[in-house]
Ligand binder design. Sequence first.
Ligand SMILES: *Cc1c(COP(=O)(O)O)cnc(C)c1O
Length: 404
Amino acid sequence: MGFDKLFNAQLDALKQEGNYRVFAELERKSGQFPRARSHDENGPEEVTVWCSNDYLGMGQHPKVIQAMKDAVDSCGCGAGGTRNISGTNHQHLLLEREIADLHGKQDALLFTSGYVSNWATLSTLGSRLPDAVILSDELNHASMIEGIRHSRAEKVIWRHNDPEDLDRKLSALPANKTKIVAFESVYSMDGDICPMQEIVEVAEKHGAMTYLDEVHAVGLYGPRGGGISEQEGLADRITLIEGTLGKAYGVVGGYVSGSDALCDFIRSFSSGFIFTTALPPAVAAAARVSIAHLKESQIERMRQRAQVAKLRKRLDHLGIPHLHNDSHIIPVMIKDPVKCRQLADILMRDFGIYVQPINYPTVPKGTERLRFTPGPLHSDADIEHLVQALSTLWKRCALAHAVA
Ligand SMILES: *Cc1c(COP(=O)(O)O)cnc(C)c1O
């Protein structure tokens, strides 16, 4: 009882700043994505989801659904143990081989999520490698930051997507250190893409290991969905590629991929790999089918790109400011946490458009935004409905029509 006061004091502060998080309660409708049933009593029962990380709608792909059902029928629901004690299923190994092949690596290791894969792997590398220093891009994801912190290794932060700054910081380190450069390919909040070739060259020059998070790129970029590293022909020069099965692949789980020795090392020493129940075999089976499908099929990626381009063009036409980038992520800048939430509320309630407001601490204060992720299943009519709604609200709220 007495403790609730302590909890509420901090919650009240969040609310006052406009940064209190409200989760939309949805029921995704299989076969009708991006439509979902909303349980918000103040709004329409059916909404269109505009901020999903199921970027290509693979979560409802018939082949993926069938693979999951078949595996439940044959293996049951859970894995039945940690990987170490009875939980390693044939499906996990098949999936790890599929992932290794995706990135042209010797091996891969599955984790329960992308978050856990970053956290567990960076903690293990940073704590076990001799004299490790982790050089982290300043905008790296929370899961990497937490993993680095937990490793207690020395940490050096380099300026976002700035290979020259990385070069300077690597130059300042003694030669005998084990250097690990940690960065992402597609940064999910601004949608910008790293200068991978330059970063890799700088790392090679200093004999540093490269740790690449391709979470927002796998399935989406490269002819087989291997990410930006595949698109740029750089995968074989990256030491470790980390990815998720929960975003473009539409299921859940995370992984790292690299040499046999690297994967064996993480498998053997990483507490976050060993001491947790393995993913359900059906999840592994579904993810494998999703990866295999996107290795062959270009339709989903092509249609996604077309819809992204259409939404950008319409926003430009109406003078609605959005960040320009080379990815599939369209951030519409609001720059105020309260307005950002209000706009999202009105979009949901009056227009059946669901977009989550992105506020601090996910992004810096003053850069609050609505982040749209058009996919292959958004129709032209969906796009038109969205831009008309935004245009109406823009006028109503008298927001600046300046290009961000
Ligand atoms: C979402 C995300 C993760 C975590 O992946 P999950 O599979 O959702 O846990 C890791 N890195 C980045 C950059 C992400 O955006």
